[in-house]
Each structure stands twice: as C-alpha cells, then as structure tokens.
Design a protein around this ligand. Structure first.
Ligand SMILES: [Zn+2]
Ligand SMILES: [Zn+2]
Length: 638
C-alpha cells in the first residue's frame, strides 16, 4: 500500500512543471485551447485521416481530446459516435492501427457510453479468430456495454421508457388474448347457464343476444379495455380447468403491479424532456455550452430552492471560469442538502481563485459531512501539494485511492494546472438523479392518467392498487359463489353439452348417454344409430383437433390455450406478443438519441427473424405432440 501511495504521488509529480508553479491558472487561461482552435483541429484530424496519414491525424485528435478534458466534460457523445464511425471506415480501408486507436479515443471521449463498448466488442469479435483472449474480451466488452446502457442515466432513461412500454403493452395483449380464448372455449357454457338463471324459455337467438349484451357491457358503458377482459376472466372462471385458474390468478395478481408500472413509465417519459433532468445530466456529466447555461439560469429563476439545478448551474459556471457566480451558487447550496457536495465544489472555486486555506477548510468540512467520497481527499491532496506539503498530500492521496482506485488513477493521469483537471468536481449522485426522475410531477401524472384511462376508465389511478385488489377479492367471491354450481361440460367424444340441471339422471359424466351406448359392447344397440353417432364423433374430433392447430399457425400459443394447455400456452403467447410488439416498434417507442445505429442494424433484424422462426417451429412441434397424444383414444371402446 505504501508503495502504491508513492506511485500515486510520483504520478502526480510527474505532471511536471505545472506543479512547480504551485499556482492554478487564472480564469482567462483556464479554457486551455480555445473552442475555435479545437474545431479547426477536429476538421484537420478528419481531413488528414481521409488521406490515410494516421500519425498526423492523431496529433490533431489529441488536441480535441485535451480540449474536452480542459472543459471538464466527462462524456462527449457526438465525438465518440463520430470516432466510432471513423474507426469502422478505417477498418474497411484496412488501416488497422487507426481503427483500434480511434476506438480508444472514442472511449476517452465518452467513458460511460455503451456504444463505445459495443463497438469495441464488435472490433474484437472481428479479430476473435486471432486468439481466444480476443473472443473473451469481446464478450466482456459487450456485457460492459449492456450494463452501461442501463447504468448511464443519459441512455438508461429512454431505454427504460421503451422497455416499460414494451412490457406493459405485451402484458395487456397477453391478458386480452387469454381472456378471448376463455370466451371462445366457455361461451356456450355461460350462455346455457344464463338460460337457467333467467329461468324463462327464450329461444336461442335472443338468448345469445342477451349474453353478448352482458359480456360486452364494458364497451357499451365506454369503460376501458381492461374492464372487458377482466369481466371475461371473472365470468368464465367457473368453467376453466385448474390450469386456466392458475393463469387467471397470475394475470390478475400481476394487475396489482400495473398502476406502479404505468406511473414508472410516465415519469420516465416525462424525464426525457422535463423536470430539468436532461439539463442537469448534461451539466454534471456531458458537454455543456452557452445555451445549456441559459436554460439552467431560467430554471433557477423559476425555482431558486431547487438544489440540483443550483449545483448544476454552479458546476457549469465554474467550468466557464465565472468563479464569482459559481461561488455564490455553492455558498447558497451549502445551506441546502446535499451540503457536502456544495462545500466540496465551493472548495474547488476557492482553489481556482488562489484561496488555498479556504479551499482546504471547505474540503475538510465536506469530508466531515461525507467521509466516504474519494474526490474530497484527492482534492485535499492536491491542495497540500500546491502548498508543498508532500507528506500530508501523500496521506490524502492514499486515502482517496483506498476508496476508489480506478477513479483516482484516471484523474491522476489527466491532471494538469487547469482548474477543471487539477481537482475533481463532485457531480450529482446517480441515486439523486433517479430520485428526480421518479418523483411524480403534474405533467408525469397527466401522462400516467391518460395511459391508465385507456385501460381502466372509471377507476382513478390514485386508487389503482385498491381497484386491482378489489378485483382479486371479487375473483375470490366468484370462486366461492360458483362452487355449488353443477359443472357443465361437453361430451368428450361428440361435443354435446352435458348439463346436470337439464338432465340430472345422466349425471356429470364426461360422456353423453348416446356415446356411452355407441361405444360399449352392447348387442341390443341399433346399428344405424351407432353408425350415425360414430360419424358425429369423427366430425367433432376432427374439428376439435384441427381448429386449435389452425389457430396456432396464426397465433402460436393460442392453440395450446384452446386445447386446455393454458400454462404452456400463456408463456408462448407472452413471448409472441413480446416479439410482435418489438417488431412493430423496432426503432423503439421513444427514439434512442444516443444509439441511432443500433436500432437500424440489419444483423439485429436477421437475428430476431431467426429467433422467431425457432420459436414458431417449437410451438408447432409442441402442438403436434398434443395432437398425437390425444387423437387416438376417442374411438376406442370403453
Ligand atoms: Zn357424446
Ligand atoms: Zn342446463
């Protein structure tokens, strides 16, 4: 550990003459390379790269990279994306060195960017044949990219908004398909029961009309769609097998999560543009500019007590060299939570304006408030170094390094006399960003309610959970109430309705009497009647077996539901709706501004197509298995 500390110190000292000055730069020089010069360097880099001279091109690119560091920017996504494209082009032109080094620069331009990791994975993958190490690293990079795409809030918010919408829509469609399959299978039982309930001898057509009126009532009452499907699952609960009941219970149980899901989705959607989230994220981690500064200023004027905006504003001002203004923001912020963050950054402003003692006091106070932040110890180390107190400086660096070694060595590597690189700024904690995203606002409530109304009009979203719990309770009551109802079923051979109420003598057997007569060895049976019955059975059996199979060709999984294999069928249906909705919204429900290439990739489409074919084939195979298992038994004598 001691050796490590010396190394850190040496690393810091190796930055050379900058520390010999023992004074940070003045605000006038703090920008480092002016923006115009940086832009010139960027164009020069591209031009020279076109000509294939990577060495000279890299020298220009290095200037751009140094400018990014001087500005205190962590992620410059547009440069990273441009560099990824350049790397792809270089690989095509077979300038291998340039291709890999351009990717390294892309990573330096935006270390938190998932696309960079993915590009690296693709590059390593194309060299996977060279060594096993490359293949393993490629896979590792891909996983890093996957992790970052949900950890980096800039990318995670639109991605999660898409993901939640995808899941909600697929759940809704699966629920709808399941209740529709209940309708198809059990409608005749319901219709028959209704006849007993009404107690009148009504002819079949008005009876059918009445039952349709009842079953479609949510549509006539202009309620949401979920009312309709929930009504069907309740109405047909009695007739289902135990597997149907398990599926119904799971689906209705999942409804309890629906209000939270809708609210979560709405707050994500709103955070894409509102609540100041994009601005705060950019000020903290991204490339800032004058326009962003003006936006933050107006947000601050609207809501002066918003500590997150205040801190973001202070950070941008400090980076712009507006130290007096930044000092004011951070002093103000030191009175609001999170105090430690404001004090730490206030220390940075003091340090940038040559008030070392005050800076150290601020850091010490910040370290007392948040003892686990490595940035504060690192900055204390730098301040000590400026005062040429080597021993104290090393102790602080050691402490910082012990907390987060990777972060500290990164900053030691890029440190210079520029105030944006000499010390570390403390940015907003990811937890606080998420808190801001998830906290409800008037606008996110409006989005959530309009979404909810489509599903459950009549139940206010605020009482969504209670409404869903009531539905679950109602299901329990239906179950208790329907226990005494005698079971109606179809004759398993010929499909005739067997109702114990209409014909108590025939009991609740699984075969009707004519079938029992026709399929038992009965010498007294009329051969003509038996022949007719057998024809009837053959026709019914063909229908029962062919229809689910045909339906399964169109809607894989639906056939399983029709054949009473509900647990298996509901899984297939859910997978199908996930695939179908994903295909319809291939580009995503909300666009992913940072990953324009990923959504349009041909290889992704081909992979998805192959996966679908695999899935489709498997479901048809399972359907065929069921047919082969069940088709034989119905012509055998009992
Ligand atoms: Zn029968
Ligand atoms: Zn009956």
């Amino acid at each position: 550990m001691g050796l490590l500390g010396v190394l850190v110190l040496l690393g810091a000292l190796a930055l050379g003459p900058s520390f010999g000055w023992a004074q940070p730069a003045s605000p006038e020089t703090q920008g480092g390379i002016p923006k115009e010069e940086m832009e010139k360097a960027w164009f020069a880099h591209r031009e020279i790269l076109e000509k294939g001279d990577w060495e000279r091109s890299r020298a220009e690119l290095e200037k751009v990279y140094q400018w990014k560091l001087d500005q205190g920017i962590r992620n410059h996504y547009s440069y990273a994306l441009a560099l990824i494209r350049e790397s792809e082009r270089a690989a095509k032109r077979e300038i291998g060195v340039a291709a890999s080094e351009l990717l390294l620069y892309a990573e330096r331009m935006a270390p938190d960017f998932s696309e960079v990791k993915r590009a690296r994975a693709a590059w390593l993958g194309s060299h996977a044949f060279d060594s096993f190490g490359n293949a393993a690293q490629s896979v590792w990079s891909w996983f890093q990219g996957f992790f970052l795409s949900f950890a980096n809030p800039d990318e995670a918010i639109p991605r999660l908004a898409n993901l939640t919408f995808w899941l909600l829509l697929s759940f809704f469609l699966t629920f709808a398909a399941f209740s529709f399959s209940c309708f198809l299978r059990h409608y005749s039982f319901f219709n028959h029961h209704l006849r007993h309930l009404v107690g009148l001898r009504i002819s079949p057509v008005p009876m059918m009309f009445l039952s349709f009126l009842l079953l479609l009532s949510p549509l006539f009452l202009d309620l949401g769609w979920m009312w309709l499907f929930a009504l069907w699952t309740l109405a047909f609960w009695t007739y289902g097998r135990w597997t149907d009941r398990v599926v119904t219970l799971v689906l209705v149980g999942l409804l309890l999560l629906l209000p939270a899901g809708v609210r979560f989705h709405a707050s994500l959607v709103h955070s894409l543009t509102g609540k100041g989230v994009p601005e705060i994220l950019r000020a903290n981690y991204g490339a800032w500019d004058e326009e962003l500064y003006q936006k933050l200023l107006s947000m601050n004027r609207e809501k002066p007590e918003d500590a997150d905006v205040l801190m973001a504003l202070g950070l941008v001002e400090k980076r712009m060299g507006k130290y007096a203004a930044a000092e004011q923001r951070f002093s103000l912020g030191a009175r609001l939570p999170p105090k430690g963050l404001a004090l730490h950054n206030l220390g940075n402003v003091f340090l940038a304006t040559n008030r070392l003692e005050m800076a150290m006091e601020a850091y010490q106070e910040a370290a007392r408030l948040d003892p686990s932040r490595p940035e504060t110890y690192y900055n204390l180390g730098q301040a000590n170094l400026l005062k040429l107190r080597m021993k104290e400086a090393e102790a602080e660096f050691q402490r910082a390094k012990g907390l987060e070694p990777a972060k500290i060595s990164y900053h030691t590597g890029i440190a210079s006399k520029n105030p944006n690189r000499l010390v570390m700024d403390r940015t907003l904690d990811p937890g606080r960003v998420w808190e801001r995203v998830l906290v409800p606002s008037a606008e996110s409530d409006r989005i959530a309610r309009s979404f909810w109304e489509l599903l459950w009009k009549g139940i206010p979203l605020d009482h969504g959970e209670m409404g869903m719990a009531a539905l679950l309770g109602l299901l329990g009551l239906v179950h208790l109430g329907s226990r005494r109802i005698p079971v109606i079923r179809h004759c398993e051979r010929c499909g005739t309705l067997i109702c114990p109420l209409c014909n108590p003598l025939r009991g609740a057997g699984i075969q009707c009497l004519p079938c029992q007569n026709a399929f038992t060895a009965n010498p007294a049976a009329d051969l003509e009647v038996v022949r007719k019955k057998r024809g009837e059975v053959a026709r019914y059996q063909t229908r029962v077996h062919l229809l689910p199979q045909r339906i399964s060709w169109i809607l894989p999984g639906m056939g399983h539901l029709m054949r009473g294999r509900s647990l298996e069928g509901i899984v297939y249906l859910f997978v199908l709706t996930l695939m179908a909705t994903r295909f319809v919204w291939w580009e995503g429900w909300v666009p992913l501004p940072l990953s324009p290439a990923a959504s349009r990739s041909v290889s992704g489409l081909v992979m998805a197509g192959l996966l679908f074919l695999l899935f489709y084939g498997f479901v048809q195979y399972r359907m065929e298995c069921i047919r082969l298992q069940e088709v034989k038994s119905h012509f055998q004598r009992t």
